[in-house]
Design a protein around this ligand. Structure first.
Ligand code: CAA
Length: 398
């Protein structure tokens, strides 16, 4: 349904990029906690930072499915590389394209494709993670400008970024409808990128704080209508969750690849029917769950490309693929024993990296809330349709 020769070509290109450019340096980046600068330049040159940006703005203009396949392939080798491009596209390029005015698109988007001027997405705050409407950063209108104050945490890519999207409360009494989004250039007075986080995994991915101290912005720095910020970032995350699902899928596949090779070459399970089931069974479970996760991720991407509702499917894809990624990297370590547990083994890194997928861009708990809300909405719609379909006489007597 969704696979064609163009997707295959893009998959092959990303696979070759990951194996030839990323694989040789992946362990070094994990140890030094630094994204390799040459790799970053190569990703920009390949157009990986602007995959979701239409060609008219200098981007690669890929479909969501093609983009997800690239994230999957890069993550199969390196989760940090996968999340760097996932955040740059889904959380950076996509909301500017979707919600920005023509002038904002013209100002920001061509620079991503031409020069790799990344865009970071500033939503999470120390007291506003899962409860995203708890934003404390404020934007106050003052002398025809906006004055921003506050801090953001766990933001992906700030050190590589030129532009930032920041959410802030513009109407404190309006709850979720009182939040707006702003575009901030890195050189704006009062804006700074703060401390980099040290993390369990994804060491080469930049995760840092943002600070806004009396940052003065023109009125046209607001992204979309005032008060639309909450809906905008929920819609942004609906799309972003497909890419986190793709990242988890890549890490799951990468774990299976390593464990399978180890089982064949080192444990010699090939051709043995009995006595190796402790290895064969988890390999089969991993492969089966990966296949199911791939269908969920690709299907969510396909629905988005077809402009059909996809938020429930993206939540399902991200939830399931993340848990499959965790299971697969953990199972791979179990199969490989101390060779998998050893620092520097790929599967040990995959386990640390994939753990983020159950937390970032909405925890697994948030996704269960989101999915159950859709289930209830669907049931309500069904009940209403059943009521509406009843003959008038039955409605009166009911
Ligand atoms: N699309 C459009 N509009 C939406 C929407 C969606 N998907 N979801 C909600 N809305 C709208 C609602 O219709 C409602 O609009 P009205 O006021 O007009 O009725 C409004 O938004 C408020 O909706 P809710 O009442 O459902 O809001 P809530 O506070 O109950 O939301 C929640 C609950 C689903 C848990 C939400 O807060 C959420 O998703 N939280 C998780 C946030 C998150 O994912 N953060 C990750 C940040 S990025 C990151 O993490 C980066 C990284 O690690 C790499």
């Amino acid at each position: 349904m969704w696979w064609d020769s163009k997707v295959e070509e893009i998959r092959d290109e990303a696979r070759s990029f990951a194996e030839s450019i990323v694989a040789p340096i992946v362990n070094r980046m994990d140890v030094t906690s630094e994204m390799d600068s040459h790799l970053l330049e190569e990703m920009k040159r390949a157009g990986y930072m602007s995959m979701l940006c239409p060609k008219e703005y200098g981007g690669r203009g890929l479909s969501t499915l093609e983009y997800a396949v690239v994230v999957e392939e890069l993550s199969r080798i390196c989760g940090s590389t996968g999340i760097t491009i996932a955040a740059a596209n889904s959380l950076g390029v996509y909301p500017v394209y979707l919600f920005g005015s023509q002038a904002q698109r013209d100002l920001v988007l061509p620079g991503v494709g031409e020069h790799g001027n990344l865009i970071s997405f500033g939503l999470t705050e120390p007291g506003a993670g899962s409860d995203a409407s708890g934003t404390k950063t404020t934007a106050v209108e003052s002398n025809g400008n906006w004055l921003l104050n506050g801090s953001k945490c766990f933001i992906t890519n700030p050190r590589f970024s030129t532009w930032f999207i920041a959410t802030a409360v513009t109407d404190p009494d309006a709850g979720a409808r009182g939040i707006s989004s702003f575009l901030v250039h890195k050189d704006t007075d009062g804006f700074s990128v703060g401390k980099a986080e040290t993390k369990m995994g994804l060491h080469a991915s930049d995760t840092s704080m943002l600070h806004f101290e009396d940052v003065t912005l023109d009125t046209d720095a607001i992204l979309g209508p005032r008060g639309d910020g909450f809906k905008q970032f929920m819609m942004t995350l609906d799309g972003g969750r497909i890419s986190i699902g793709a990242m988890a899928l890549g890490l799951a596949q990468g774990s299976l690849d390593v464990a399978l090779r180890y089982a064949k070459d080192t444990l010699g399970i090939e051709g043995k029917i009995h006595g190796r089931q402790a290895i064969q069974f988890p390999l089969s479970d991993m492969a089966t769950q990966i296949e199911a996760a791939r269908h969920l991720v690709y299907h969510a991407a396909y629905l988005k490309d077809q402009k059909q509702p996809f938020a429930k499917q993206s939540a399902m894809a991200k939830l399931y693929a993340s848990e499959v990624g965790h299971f697969c990297s953990d199972s791979a370590i179990q199969i490989m024993g101390l060779d998998g547990y050893r620092t520097g083994s790929h599967v040990e890194r995959h386990l640390r990296d994939v753990r983020l997928c159950e937390i970032g861009e909405g925890t697994s708990e948030v996704h269960r809330i989101v999915i159950s809300r859709y289930l209830l909405k669907e049931l309500e719609a069904l009940d209403k349709a059943t009521r509406d379909a009843k003959p008038e006489t039955e409605k009166v007597t009911a």
